[in-house]
Design a protein around this ligand. Structure first.
Ligand SMILES: *[C@@H]1O[C@H](CO)[C@@H](O)[C@H](O)[C@H]1NC(C)=O
Ligand SMILES: *[C@@H]1O[C@H](CO)[C@@H](O)[C@H](O)[C@H]1NC(C)=O
Ligand SMILES: *[C@@H]1O[C@H](CO)[C@@H](O)[C@H](O)[C@H]1NC(C)=O
Ligand SMILES: *[C@@H]1O[C@H](CO)[C@@H](O)[C@H](O)[C@H]1NC(C)=O
Ligand SMILES: *[C@@H]1O[C@H](CO)[C@@H](O)[C@H](O)[C@H]1NC(C)=O
Ligand SMILES: *[C@@H]1O[C@H](CO)[C@@H](O)[C@H](O)[C@H]1NC(C)=O
Ligand SMILES: *[C@@H]1O[C@H](CO)[C@@H](O)[C@H](O)[C@H]1NC(C)=O
Ligand SMILES: *[C@@H]1O[C@H](CO)[C@@H](O)[C@H](O)[C@H]1NC(C)=O
Ligand SMILES: *[C@@H]1O[C@H](CO)[C@@H](O)[C@H](O)[C@H]1NC(C)=O
Ligand SMILES: *[C@@H]1O[C@H](CO)[C@@H](O)[C@H](O)[C@H]1NC(C)=O
Ligand SMILES: *[C@@H]1O[C@H](CO)[C@@H](O)[C@H](O)[C@H]1NC(C)=O
Ligand SMILES: *[C@@H]1O[C@H](CO)[C@@H](O)[C@H](O)[C@H]1NC(C)=O
Length: 704
């Protein structure tokens, strides 16, 4: 694009070093010499622009057309300014407006802020692209856009006000308009119908209300319509089905009601249909089966119903992801679904589906994610028998089905790639089955809220990747097996580092007690944890528990554990939650536990503990409820003061664990975790070089 320029001066590094004094002098005297080819007005404008932004490494010594992020046309006028991710901070200087021949401007991913004044872009004769995405610029949209504009990306800024109806009248060439992630309010105006070139309209995550404008059918060129995360209401409406060039229709997270447009099948090029989290009702329109190019179909969290097997999925040869969880679909699993050979993920959880899982599921060679939880499927033996021979399955969530059945004790083998197995809340009988031992890739096992009895087998320690085990709410007896403390992914950082946690095709949802769903898009957000609460476990807590260095959540509550709390728990420096409540524990609370700087939830209520409650560190943040039901405990926060002749606390193991900054931030970090104020805390968490978890999980979670 830039023709080679004759060199008036040799400007290699070597010469610069040798003659730098002379050269700089010459440059100062005759700046026009060296950059004879760079338009001086443009250069002045750029240099003036750069005075605001020290991170720009533009050097006045060379031709401005070769500066980082600049391109010129054949008349050596600056036509492109592309300086994303340059840490530019401050307001947009008006000197930018003097680059009158600019056609392409990319300032995305900086820290630009302040008001974009009216008419800011009016001096440009030929501007066709503005990308200001990911900054903090504000303003309202009337009158700031030039007539030549084709592509506008203002997403993720602080623009406000209403979206003016005149955009397409003023800027008829518009092809891409992305105003998502701002603070726009009011209705989406009529007027987009005049945008005869518009292909992408993205207004998601604003505060838009009202319905989809009725002249939307005029935007025949539209390929991507994306309005998620607003408060849009009324029916989606049939007009949208005139947009026959649509490739994606993304309307999730609104309050749309009524049915899915009956003629949606007219959108025969549609690849992505995301209508989840709305108030849609009725059945799946039969015409949908004409959208044969669909790759992603997400209808989760609506009130759609009807017998799922009444719908013919067989034309969806490219369908990869289908999510229809949290609806009212009934009937059995539709056979035609198993003809969609491209499927990698299916979620049908929380519906009214029934029947059995049949071998036709094995016809889906790429299926990796299957969640059918919270329906009324029957015959777990057959289900596991079939599914275990599926070689690609990594996530299997069958919780809340198969009520009162018995877990097969043997005869299951395979599941060679399985990473998540969730069978919680099924009220299953039986023992912890030996075939779990063959799940060598498993990372998460949830068998909570069942009727499982017998002991916790020591061979669980042979599962090399298991970092989350939930056996809570069962009838398990016997002791805490010492072998469990050697679970490799909980005991060795090296092992945990090698556990691949980036494989979910769909997010998983975990519903903790008294809280809304926590969503995990990747398991990187899920804390290493062991839940054994509400069983009949007895005996001491083994001192070897100190091996489980990486554990974040340890819940042993509501059992019959006795003896003292081992001081080795203070070795578990990652602990965020420790619940030992409602056991038969005695002795003192080891004061070394105050070295647990991330502990934000601690409960030893209803035991037989005695002595002084430790003070300092996170212990200054715990309340009465953590200690009640232990008549022998004294000191704050309990009312009971300790007699002055109480025994001195046991010596604190005083080896320093990590840099001092963590010592200082400890209570603050505990606060971050406990109250989930993630954003403000993230910077501090990065300092601590530790895996960051959005929120720790309380007990009785169900995976869906
Ligand atoms: C921009 O243009 C205006 C008017 O043409 C002029 O007064 C001003 O000095 C210019 N600014 C720069 C930085 O070139
Ligand atoms: C200027 O910075 C950009 C990226 O920020 C880099 O690619 C370029 O090499 C730098 N130029 C000089 C001369 O340092
Ligand atoms: C650059 O802009 C000026 C007006 O600012 C205009 O007269 C000129 O034609 C433009 N040059 C090119 C090459 O577009
Ligand atoms: C602007 O730069 C960002 C970051 O490099 C890039 O992702 C984006 O596509 C660019 N915008 C345009 C319109 O090319
Ligand atoms: C946007 O700016 C124009 C002109 O400055 C003003 O008339 C209008 O009221 C503003 N709109 C909003 C919603 O602030
Ligand atoms: C969205 O708009 C409503 C009124 O229309 C207002 O009450 C609410 O605070 C706004 N929310 C945000 C996040 O701006
Ligand atoms: C769907 O919801 C609307 C109200 O939003 C109601 O009028 C209609 O009867 C419902 N249809 C069905 C099939 O439930
Ligand atoms: C699917 O499209 C064909 C023509 O392309 C049409 O004949 C048929 O009626 C459509 N099916 C449905 C269910 O809309
Ligand atoms: C399947 O697609 C073909 C076109 O590819 C269409 O003719 C047929 O009607 C579709 N079948 C169903 C059941 O919609
Ligand atoms: C299970 O489904 C019922 C309705 O069928 C719903 O109320 C409940 O919240 C669902 N449970 C979970 C854990 O999703
Ligand atoms: C499971 O067993 C319990 C208690 O025996 C009974 O109340 C419940 O109805 C049974 N549930 C099913 C689905 O069979
Ligand atoms: C505490 O952790 C260290 C590793 O940092 C380990 O070697 C030691 O065995 C652990 N102590 C106990 C009591 O588990």
């Amino acid at each position: 694009m830039v023709p080679p320029k004759p060199l008036l001066f040799p400007t290699t590094k070597h010469h610069l070093l040798k003659f730098d004094g002379l050269l700089i002098m010459l440059l100062l005297l005759f700046p026009a010499f060296v950059d004879a080819d760079c338009n001086t007005d443009d250069k002045d404008s750029l240099l003036s622009f750069a005075t605001n932004f020290p991170t720009l490494n533009w050097s006045a010594m060379v031709d401005c057309c070769s500066w980082d992020g600049i391109s010129c046309d054949k008349h050596d006028r600056v036509v492109r300014l592309s300086i994303p991710k340059r840490r530019l901070r401050g307001t947009l200087p008006s000197s930018l407006q003097n680059l009158t021949n600019l056609s392409f401007l990319n300032l995305s991913n900086n820290f630009l802020s302040g008001l974009l004044p009216d008419g800011f872009f009016s001096s440009f004769n030929n501007l066709h692209t503005i990308d200001l995405s990911d900054n903090y610029v504000h303003g309202n949209l009337s009158n700031i856009l030039p007539a030549t504009i084709k592509e506008i990306n203002f997403s993720s800024n602080s623009f406000f006000g209403t979206i003016p109806p005149s955009i397409c009248i003023n800027s008829p060439a518009l092809v891409i308009l992305d105003l998502s992630l701002n603070y726009f309010t009011g209705n989406i105006p009529q007027g987009f119908g005049t945008c005869s070139n518009l292909q992408v309209l993205s207004l998601g995550f604003n505060n838009l209300t009202g319905k989809i404008p009725t002249d939307i059918n005029g935007v025949r060129s539209l390929q991507h319509l994306s309005l998620p995360g607003n408060s849009l209401t009324n029916e989606i409406g049939e007009k949208i089905t005139s947009l026959t060039n649509l490739r994606s229709l993304v309307l999730f997270g609104n309050m749309f009601s009524g049915s899915i447009p009956l003629n949606i099948g007219k959108l025969s090029l549609l690849e992505k249909l995301e209508l989840h989290i709305n108030r849609l009702n009725g059945t799946l329109p039969l015409s949908l089966m004409n959208c044969t190019k669909l790759k992603i179909l997400n209808l989760r969290v609506n009130s759609l119903g009807g017998r799922l097997s009444d719908f013919d999925f067989s034309n969806f040869t490219q369908l990869a992801i289908v999510d229809m969880g949290e609806n009212q679909f009934g009937g059995v699993l539709p056979k035609s679904l198993f003809l969609c050979r491209s499927l990698t993920a299916i979620r049908l959880s929380t519906n009214k589906l029934e029947g059995e899982i049949l071998p036709d599921i094995l016809e889906l060679p790429s299926l990796s994610f299957l969640s059918l939880s919270n329906n009324t499927f029957k015959n777990i033996i057959q289900a596991l028998d079939i599914l275990s021979s599926h070689e690609k399955l990594t996530t299997l969530i069958l919780s809340k089905n198969f009520f009162n059945e018995t877990l097969p004790a043997a005869g299951i083998s395979g599941f060679q790639d399985l990473k998540i197995l969730a069978l919680g809340g099924c009220k299953l009988f039986g023992h912890i089955p030996i075939w779990l031992m063959s799940l060598t890739n498993v990372q998460v096992v949830d068998l909570s809220v069942n009727n499982i009895n017998g002991i916790i087998p020591g061979w669980l320690q042979t599962l090399p990747n298991l970092f989350c085990l939930d056996l809570s709410n069962n009838s398990l007896s016997g002791s805490f097996p010492v072998e469990l403390t050697r679970l490799p992914a909980l005991a060795s950082q090296h092992v945990l580092d090698h556990v691949n946690i980036n494989y979910l095709e769909l997010p998983v949802f975990v519903a903790p007690e008294n809280a809304s769903y926590l969503q995990y898009n990747q398991l990187v957000g899920f804390p290493p944890s062991l839940y054994l609460a509400s069983n009949n476990l007895r005996g001491g807590i083994p001192v070897e528990i100190g091996n489980m260095q990486l554990i974040h959540v340890l819940d042993l509550s509501q059992n019959y554990f006795s003896g003292t709390i081992p001081g080795s728990i203070s070795n578990l420096t990652n602990l965020e939650m420790l619940d030992l409540s409602r056991n038969l524990l005695s002795g003192e609370i080891p004061s070394s536990l105050k070295g647990l700087h991330f502990l934000s939830s601690f409960n030893v209520a209803f035991n037989n503990l005695l002595g002084a409650i430790p003070t300092g560190g996170q212990f200054d943040t715990f309340l009465n409820q953590s200690y009640e039901g232990n008549p022998g405990l004294c000191g704050p926060p309990m009312q009971r003061s300790c007699s002055k002749r109480s025994d001195p606390p046991p010596p604190v193991s005083e080896h320093k664990k990590g840099p001092d900054i963590i010592m200082i931030l400890g209570p603050f970090l505990g606060f971050c975790f406990g109250f989930g104020i993630i954003l403000t805390c993230q910077a501090f968490l990065i300092l601590s070089e530790r895996r960051i978890f959005p929120k720790w999980i309380h007990r009785y979670v169900i995976w869906t």
